[in-house]
Structure formats: structure tokens, C-alpha cells
Design a protein around this ligand. Structure first.
Ligand code: HPA
Length: 246
């Protein structure tokens, strides 16, 4: 089954025909929100709001372990995450969409593994390709059939937040090879991998990263860009459901 993790701009999926809503208890505490079971374009899926339905959880306070564990416990095999990001690469401008293929993790102090309890089997997960290639291909194909242009591949730099970056941090990230900057891509991707789930992301570029534009980054501008870009992200999800049904 498909699970969608909705980020900023996607705390609700209005197109989802909700069939059930459940509160899931996990060994890691409470997930960010209740989990919705619903139908999108005839495909049954689960939906969770990463920052809560009211968008109150900061990126470093999201219980990523509970979210991933809850989705797995309810039968999810494929996770599509939706992430709002800043654009670093020249071809990642406000309003663009990208299906990243790599990650650099700059976060700290988060619960980032399931391998830390007594008696828990130590795993060194294979994480060379942090996003599942087949699920990425399904997303790029879904975008193509919906007539939506996406950048196929890119490096997601996961920063701690909740503040935005300094210009020097973005210059460093650019030198490191990052195309996008966000705050929630990790440890989510690694946790999904530890539980052997397929995982891919639709990144919505909602601003140019710090220092790359003459204009200051304002929350109002970010929210306005998110509102516009999420329309396309949702069309990709609908198209993905179409393809999964047939
Ligand atoms: N930096 C980090 N995370 C973000 C940004 C940004 O510029 N825009 C949206 N999420």
C-alpha cells in the first residue's frame, strides 16, 4: 500500500476521500498526526501530516520514528514524501518540482535510527541510493503523464532548522553539491530504509535559498509559492494513483 507523508503546504489532502482515521501508538511515541485511510483517484492509501494537521511541529520535533513505524505497521510498503525546499541549483527555481536522488544530512540531535534499543539487532543499512529508484521512476512517469515538468534527480541537503540558512551555509552546500535545501528529508529517508520500505520524495521549490536572490526570503512569499506549487505535487500524486490502479 502507498503512504503519503504530507509536509508544509500539504497538511490535508482535500482530494482524499477519507474512509477512516486512526490514532496509532508506537514503541517510539506518538506519530505527528492521526493516520488517515482514504481513496485518491480510486487507490486506497494512508496519509500522515508530518508537522501535524495544524502544522505545529517544527522539523526537529517531528517524531520521524513513530511516523515511519506507524505507516509500516498499517501495511504501507511505498512511501511518497512531499517536502517544501529552497532551491540552490540554477535549475531549481521557485515553483519548480524535483524528484531528488541523493541526500546529504546536516541535521543533528534527532532520533535517527531504530537500532538503538537494548537487544535490537544492529543493522548497517545499504544507503548508497537513499531514494528507491523504482518509486522515483513511478513519480517521474506520473508527472510526465500529468504533463508536469519535474527535475529528475538532485541532491537534497537536510538542514536542522527551524531557522533558514545563512548565505555562507548555502555557499558551502552548493560546493558540497546540494541542489535543494530542506529540513525534513532526514532522518525520514534512513528510517524508511531501516524498515525496508520504498521511499521517494516530491520536492517543491518554494523559495531561492539564502543569499541566492536579491530579495529577502519572507514567510508570506514561501506560503504563496507553496500554495501554487502544491497543486502540481497533488496532480502527480493523483496521476501516480491512476498508474497504480491500472
Ligand atoms: N531552507 C530550508 N528549508 C526550506 C527552505 C529553505 O530555504 N525553504 C523551504 N524549506
Amino acid at each position: 500500500m502507498l503512504g503519503i507523508i504530507g509536509g508544509t503546504g500539504l497538511t490535508r489532502l482535500a482530494e482524499l476521500q477519507i474512509l477512516a482515521e486512526q490514532s496509532v501508538q508506537t514503541p517510539y511515541g506518538e506519530p505527528s498526526s492521526n493516520i488517515l485511510t482514504g481513496e485518491l483517484n480510486g487507490e486506497t492509501l494512508l496519509f500522515i501530516a508530518r508537522h501535524g494537521f495544524e502544522h505545529t511541529l517544527a522539523p526537529h520535533l517531528v517524531n520521524y520514528r513513530a511516523n515511519i513505524w506507524a505507516l509500516k505497521s498499517l501495511g504501507v510498503e511505498d512511501i511518497v514524501a512531499v517536502n517544501a525546499v529552497g532551491g540552490i541549483a540554477d535549475d531549481c527555481s521557485t515553483g519548480d518540482l524535483c524528484i531528488p536522488d541523493q541526500i546529504i544530512d546536516y541535521t543533528y540531535g534527532r532520533e535517527f535510527t531504530f537500532c538503538d534499543g537494548p537487544g535490537v539487532q544492529l543493522q548497517h543499512i545499504e544507503f548508497t541510493e537513499p531514494y528507491t529508484s523504482s518509486l522515483r521512476s513511478s513519480l517521474t512517469a506520473a508527472a510526465a503523464s500529468a504533463g508536469i515538468g519535474v527535475k529528475d534527480g538532485g541532491v537534497y541537503g537536510a538542514m536542522q532548522g527551524p531557522r533558514l540558512e545563512t548565505a555562507a551555509e548555502i555557499r558551502r552546500m552548493k560546493r558540497d553539491g546540494c541542489d535543494l535545501v530542506g529540513m525534513t528529508g532526514m532522518p525520514e529517508a534512513a528510517l524508511a530504509c531501516e524498515l525496508e520500505l520504498n521511499y521517494a520524495s516530491i520536492c517543491m521549490v518554494v523559495n531561492k535559498a539564502a543569499g541566492l536572490s536579491d530579495e529577502p526570503i519572507t514567510l508570506d512569499d514561501i506560503l504563496a509559492a507553496t500554495e501554487q506549487t502544491v497543486v502540481h505535487a497533488k496532480q502527480i500524486l493523483v496521476s501516480l494513483c491512476d498508474a497504480r490502479r491500472s
